[in-house]
Ligand binder design. Structure first.
Ligand code: TEU
Length: 581
């Protein structure tokens, strides 16, 4: 049997540089700050770091708008700092992967500046330019009705050359034209090989299924008749040439044995996902499926929804599907519930109503995650149970382009109607990307120990930092942090079950209980989690051979061994060295 590739057993810790740790007190996190916390990161038991974009950027979308792949954003540090970080990780046996953002660049990237300079510029075709359409009365219109992810048309008119360019995200993020092979080669050299040669171990690949657009550039079906723009995912996700591009990209990555994990939104079938992650197809090692983190989001606009508009059977169904991927062929999956694009998992799927519920539900979610097969991803702050910003924070505390654009759109659409704005705020309080971007809570010192007390952090720290912080939890054996460490260790100790085992869903339709089994060739685990504040009775499945289950871990200290009742957000994991029925 061939050895297990390192990235399958990896436990990846995601770092958002702006919000992790500020070393020079300018209010923005930085690379030296990350270096200073490598001991902490390693103490969690993680094996790999994923660093969100630290490239030079005008920061319209927090560094996902890159103006130079081969330079570091100065407030984050220098190229030397990056080399120190890469080497320091390797000296400790940690691996480091970077974000690869190549669906688009910043509009300030030299390539785009050249492309927009004239229709005859050699780089004109490196981006996606189209002439205007005109309505019967002669009004100029974009080439189609596609809506950008951040609202409004996905096309921007360029006065100088009198054409539109495509931007699936912010106006300042023009889409690269992957149809052009010269562009692709430039991307591989500048964004990938440059960093692979510096020693990085792989990439988290941004929006990986959007490079190939449907060649018709047809209008999207009309979901919202009151709007000029429409959701157009089916026309720019999983396009006809995407797998060809990824195979080509993989030829370079495989020279360096680099790991890849791609973002794969709007792909809801096992076959669709396997097309990207089947080992035989040599494209990506694994992808992030979005189904869990998109529970309860609006279909037309992400924030056109109400808090907690989802039910537990839905979560079970989508996890069942992504776990089934492991047995459906030669693919591999990922496990995550948070990242920098998501609100905090405790606030969404657990409870932040009281300190007790917060801690118990945070630990329960750690049990859910650590029991699932695939590569594990933890987002900074998740390990100490950070939660969403307080409900009373006004829109002025929200910095993300997606949040501010949405709020502004509702304001304009409704002429500032208070009820509509309140509804929008409620959704943002629950789901905005901002919640994951608040400064890391290191201590009870002013500014959460993220930056100096006298500095002005780029985002306001959560008001609860005196209560929820690393310093307070580090030595406390009953803290969320200690629990995560324990769960990660158990995951490693029982890798055959928890990382590689076969998932079996129980309680499929139960609205409050989530129970599943994991089986390996020689043993089984039974995981049972209460997603509600009420007590829930459960039944253990029969373990084969007449033996009983042995309690491996619980998130509450005083488990009455044989009592098969779970208290609010209680979770238990049982083991049996026999296979279960
Ligand atoms: O996100 C890609 C993506 O698919 C987003 O639409 C995601 O669904 C959205 O953020 C949810 O609200 C990536 C990055 O992770 C994100 O931070 C960037 O803004 C985006 O690409 C553009 O580069």
């Amino acid at each position: 049997m061939s050895p297990i590739p390192w990235w399958k057993n990896a436990i990846v810790y995601q770092i958002y540089p702006a919000s992790f740790k500020d070393s020079n007190n300018d209010g923005v996190g930085d690379i030296p700050g990350i270096i200073s916390e490598l001991d902490y990161i390693q103490s969690l038991g993680v094996t790999t770091i994923w660093l969100c974009p630290m490239y030079d950027s005008p920061q319209h979308d927090m560094g996902y708008d890159i103006s130079d792949y081969q330079a570091v954003y100065p407030p984050y540090g220098t190229m030397e700092d990056m080399q120190v970080l890469i080497d320091a990780c390797h000296q400790r046996g940690l691996r480091i992967i970077l974000d690869l953002v190549v669906n688009h660049t910043s509009d300030l990237h030299e390539w785009f500046k050249a492309s927009r300079s004239s229709k005859t510029d050699p780089k004109r075709d490196w981006y996606i330019w189209r002439p205007a359409k005109y309505s019967d009365d002669g009004t100029r219109q974009p080439p189609n009705n596609w809506r950008s992810h951040f609202g409004g048309s996905a096309w921007e008119w360029d006065e100088t050359t009198q054409e539109y360019y495509l931007h699936l995200f912010a106006t300042q993020q023009p889409d690269l034209n992957w149809e052009n092979s010269e562009t692709r080669q430039a991307i591989y050299a500048s964004a990938m090989e440059f960093w692979l040669q510096k020693g990085v171990d792989g990439f988290r690949v941004d929006t990986v299924n959007m490079y190939s657009k449907h060649p018709s550039y047809a209008d999207a079906p009309i979901l919202d008749p009151s709007s000029d723009t429409q959701v157009a995912h089916s026309l720019f996700c999983n396009g006809p040439r995407i797998h060809e591009y990824l195979r080509e990209m993989n030829e370079i990555l495989s020279k360096y044995d680099a790991m890849t994990v791609g973002e794969c939104p709007n792909t809801h079938t096992i076959e669709g996902v396997l097309n990207y992650v089947s080992a035989a197809k040599k494209q990506l090692n694994m992808v992030f499926e979005f189904d869990v983190v998109e529970l309860g989001v609006g279909t037309d606009y992400k924030y056109s929804t109400t808090p907690r508009d989802w039910a537990l059977p839905q979560m079970k169904a989508v996890l069942k599907r992504s776990q089934a991927l492991m047995n459906a062929g030669d693919g591999w999956t990922t496990v995550f519930m948070e990242n920098h694009d998501q609100a905090r998992s405790i606030s969404r799927f657990g409870s932040d109503r009281s300190p007790e519920l917060r801690e118990t539900s945070g630990k329960m979610l750690a049990m859910l995650q650590c029991g699932l097969s695939g590569t594990q991803f933890i987002y900074q702050g998740q390990e100490i149970g950070m939660v969403n910003a307080p409900a009373q924070w006004p829109i002025s505390e929200y910095k993300d382009v997606e949040s501010t654009n949405y709020h502004e759109m509702i304001r304009q659409k409704t002429n500032g109607e208070p009820e509509a704005l309140q509804k929008a705020m409620k959704a943002l309080q629950h789901l905005a990307r901002d919640h994951g971007r608040l400064p890391m809570q290191w201590s009870a010192q002013a500014n959460a120990g993220f930056t100096a007390a006298t500095a002005k952090p780029w985002m306001r720290p959560n008001d609860n930092y005196a209560e929820i912080n690393v310093e307070r939890q580090r030595e406390d054996k009953s803290s969320v942090l200690s629990f995560w460490k324990r769960m990660l260790q158990l995951r490693k100790d029982h890798a055959d079950l928890f990382i590689h085992g076969t998932f079996g869903l129980l309680t499929e339709q139960h609205e409050q209980l989530f129970a599943y089994t994991k089986t390996s060739h020689s043993s089984s685990a039974f995981v049972v989690l209460n997603f509600s504040e009420e007590e829930q009775k459960f039944e253990r499945p029969a373990a084969m051979g007449g033996r009983d289950w042995e309690l491996l871990v619980s998130n509450l200290d005083d488990v009455g061994g044989s009592k098969d009742v779970l208290r609010a957000f209680e979770g238990r994991i049982y083991l049996s060295n026999q296979l279960c029925n």
